[in-house]
Design a protein around this ligand. Structure first.
Ligand code: AMP
Ligand code: MG
Length: 408
């Protein structure tokens, strides 16, 4: 049997998967449940912010003209006619040569146009001494200065974090339309895989990839559907896949995509089509499969634990972010300086695991202790990877390179 394999760059692969997905619809949820979700509506203000002129400081509200001629030698003395706390309102307008004690966030009374900070005054409670003039609107948050009524404040595709939850609350928007969370089916393949914490036959290993993928799918803002594990049996895999397909918006398997004659994903799709096999010029993560099962996008990850995680981050994660509705799909990449040379092994794309430390606002990277794609420690002992293209200069000591933090 022969298999057609495609040789494309990881960039092309990333784009191919990205282009195969689109968001799956909306739901409305309370904002306290919205962290990690993606906004699915345009949120506009329905009032100006702040609603009225407010004090930004603890101090005295007054009219700036009343202290126009204040000097250190001849301070101006104004009677203090009351006190306004946050949420309180002064019943009358402030007279021209009067001051009122005012707290941070309290509405400015009519007649006042500035606030003098408490620490810039002397006061005995009945009167206040001010020895410097100040400007109109000094220490005042003017009505509508942050935003006006009817302004777009949050756009669809925004990832909702703590600040967005606060903004939605501030806008009196207790329920919010978000994109539905995509469901991602996961299956591990391999005769050698066993359950975690159970006795296993000689040479068998725990199915650790499924746990990596449960975590990665969740951290991409999707809901994992645990499809368990199957042996190297194409019929069994097909049954599981057709079952999962009904519930999942995207399916990921691990293992069985290499050149071996027991590589079950490869065998299955050689028979049933719709999925292409790839050998990408990248380390780790060379063998991959991508296509559809029915209408559901399907990605076959290599089985090596580190390869699976790196390929997920680089190629699958952007597509899952798009599927989840996010406008920004890529993880950040930072420029960093190499402090210890990374040995270059090939002219392929390489993603060596790196330890990153921040020094005076600058990132420095050095190789993680293990670079083996079979060794999960090469991930637990690393903060992320370097992104080295075939044409990037070698990552020798002192070189500037691109670093990408791994998903957690
Ligand atoms: P494969 O891609 O199926 O040839 O697997 C490559 C290597 O990854 C083999 O050493 C497998 O034992 C290992 N492997 C495959 N699947 C898993 C898994 N789910 N968890 C941990 N290791 C795996
Ligand atoms: Mg296998």
């Amino acid at each position: 049997m022969t298999f057609r394999t495609h040789k494309i760059s990881p960039i092309t692969m990333r784009r191919r998967v990205l282009e195969a997905v689109k968001p799956i619809g909306f739901e409305v949820i309370p904002i306290e449940k919205a962290r990690g979700r993606i906004l699915g509506e345009t949120v506009k203000s329905t009032r100006p912010s702040p609603q009225m002129d407010c004090s930004m400081m603890d101090g005295f509200a007054l009219n700036h003209r009343s202290i126009r001629y204040a000097t250190r030698k001849l301070p101006v003395r104004l009677p203090v006619v009351g006190e306004i706390g946050a949420g309180q309102r002064m019943r009358r307008a402030l007279g021209h040569n009067e001051a009122v004690r005012i707290m941070t966030g309290a509405p400015l009374p009519e007649g006042a146009d500035c606030v003098v900070r408490l620490e810039d005054t002397k006061s005995n409670g009945h009167a206040v001494l001010i020895s410097n003039p100040t400007e109109k609107f000094e220490h005042v948050r003017l009505a509508g200065s942050e935003f006006k009524s009817g302004q777009v404040i949050l756009k669809p595709g925004t990832a909702i974090g703590a600040a967005e939850m606060a903004m939605l609350a501030y806008l009196d928007h207790p329920r919010v339309q978000v994109y539905r969370r995509p469901r991602v089916g996961l299956i591990s393949t391999g005769d050698e895989l066993g359950a975690v914490g159970k006795k296993r036959p000689y040479g068998h290993i725990p199915d650790s990839n499924r746990y990596a993928l449960l975590g990665l799918v969740e951290s991409a803002g999707c809901e994992p559907i645990d499809g368990g594990r199957v042996g190297d049996d194409a019929e069994e895999l097909w049954r599981k896949l057709t079952e999962l397909r009904r519930q999942a918006d995207f399916i990921i398997t691990s293992g069985g995509v290499s050149a071996g004659d027991r590589d079950v994903v490869k065998l299955l799709f050689a028979r049933r089509g719709q999925v292409d096999l790839y050998r990408l010029p990248m380390k780790p993560g060379k063998p991959q499969a991508f296509g559809r099962i029915g209408r559901t996008p399907f990605f076959g990850l290599p089985g090596n634990p580190v390869s699976a995680m790196v390929v997920f981050d680089l190629i699958i994660r952007p597509a899952l972010r798009k599927l989840a509705g996010a406008a920004r799909v890529d993880s950040p990449q930072w420029t960093a300086t190499v402090t210890k040379t990374f040995p270059r092994k090939s002219r392929d794309w390489e993603f060596p695991r790196a330890i990153a430390v921040e020094k005076n606002g600058h990132w420095e990277v050095s190789p993680a202790q293990s670079q083996q794609s079979s060794n999960i420690q090469s991930m637990t002992g690393a903060d992320g990877y370097l992104v080295l293209s075939p044409t990037s200069p070698t990552a020798v000591k002192g070189a500037k390179v691109l670093f990408m933090p791994r998903s957690i």
